[in-house]
Design a protein. Structure first.
Lengths: 249, 249
């Protein structure tokens, strides 16, 4: 079984350019190591109807959806309401979350804080293997509801690792950095693409620091390390020697 | 008239975590300064049918679509074919692009290079106000087709500025950095949200370097600098003095 996933990044702060989202990149690397294919990243504004519509569209396309952001107590935190709308469910106050907030905040706890104890009816709470997480991941079937703060997002991905891990083999990647332009490399790339159907080949021109021109990174991706290595070696051996700069970044 | 826009980021390299996309963030900041609302960022794999479907979905939702990536000559460059599919048009080789490639590459120019001269029938080429750009932006009605290499993406956004600029007023933002948590800030935030319907208020908790806890950045966004400033000042004046850390990042 090879599962697919999507990231739903919720936040006006990303769309308005105030914040450069890093959560989708962290999720991409995390899923990669687990052998799960990230097939969509969608960033949406803090609007209930938009989030709900995009979430339902994603659920129809992929096996797992990871949301980021919009689960705090303020007016712009609408993710829980949006998921409730998408799934046609009610929101309810969760007793364990309410207790956790009251214990943590003591006399400072207000009704506004308690908005963070609202969940979509039926949500499962995952406090991690040791139950030590300060705040659980909220899980609704195939939807993982994570906070937008990057440190918390990463921490919750780690907490989820045992649950998300499956039987997929991790993806591995090998690279070849070439001095020739893509047009000249293309026949050599096409040859390896044809010969290795189980290896995904990518070609990425990039500027080099301290150089007038740019080079091209050719990547070889797959689940079988031996095949990936073989594809890269076959490609490298086929090239005019002067075109190969390195196989390390 | 207030236009909306979307970014369509095309690239397996982003979804596989090999590259952290910066183009969507650059586009967000660029549109912000022009007063255009970025309402969606969608990252898709290098697959013709997927790109075409997402492009058509975006075209139905926003006024302008900016694509990034997939316009080189290699097998994983499928953006032109995808746009042709989405619009139900043919691809054709453009004489000016072919001439440009042949002049630049001279005897090194191959048929593989000339794949970069393929455009969707009806595409307009914009070489910029002085015609000095080495490579034009490809424009198809409301679709702006940009390269994925960040330096080229930014250069082409600049080239497009006169064309994309409209009558919208630029967005401006002001901030207040607060020491209290969101739950305690919420009543003060809600008051300013109610009083300033023309100002979008955002609340963003964040970890602080070298500190045990985190603070909250409250942002005030709008097109009228005086109203945005007034909203921030009203909010700041309402707070217990010890809660305000700064109005500068």
């Amino acid at each position: 079984m090879t599962r697919t996933a999507a990231a739903l990044i919720i936040g006006d702060e990303v769309l308005s350019g105030k914040v450069h989202d890093t959560n989708s990149h962290d999720l991409a690397r995390y899923l990669r190591a687990l052998g799960i294919e990230l097939s969509r990243i969608i960033t949406v504004p803090d609007r209930v109807e938009v989030i709900a519509a995009e979430l339902n569209a994603l659920r129809a396309k992929v096996d797992l959806v990871f949301t980021s952001g919009g689960i705090g107590p303020t007016h712009d935190d609408v993710t829980i309401d949006a998921i409730a709308l998408a799934l046609g469910r009610e929101t309810v106050r969760h007793p364990a979350l309410e207790r956790s907030l009251r214990e943590h905040l003591e006399e400072r706890c207000t009704d506004d804080h308690l908005r963070m104890a609202m969940i979509v009816d039926g949500t499962e709470l995952d406090f991690g293997p040791e139950g030590a997480a300060p705040w659980p991941v909220l899980i609704l079937g195939s939807i993982f509801i994570l906070p937008g703060i990057p440190q918390l997002f990463r921490a919750q991905l780690e907490l989820l690792r045992p649950r998300v891990s499956g039987s997929e083999r991790a993806f591995v990647v090998e690279s070849a950095f070439c001095a020739a332009d893509e047009g000249r490399l293309k026949p050599f790339i096409d040859a390896v693409v044809s010969a290795f159907e189980d290896v995904a080949v990518g070609s990425y021109p990039r500027f080099r620091d301290g150089d007038d021109g740019y080079n091209v990174r050719i990547t070889f991706d797959g689940r079988d390390p031996a095949r990936v290595r073989e594809a890269r070696e076959r490609f490298v051996a086929s090239l005019p020697a002067a075109w190969l700069l390195s196989t390390e970044p």
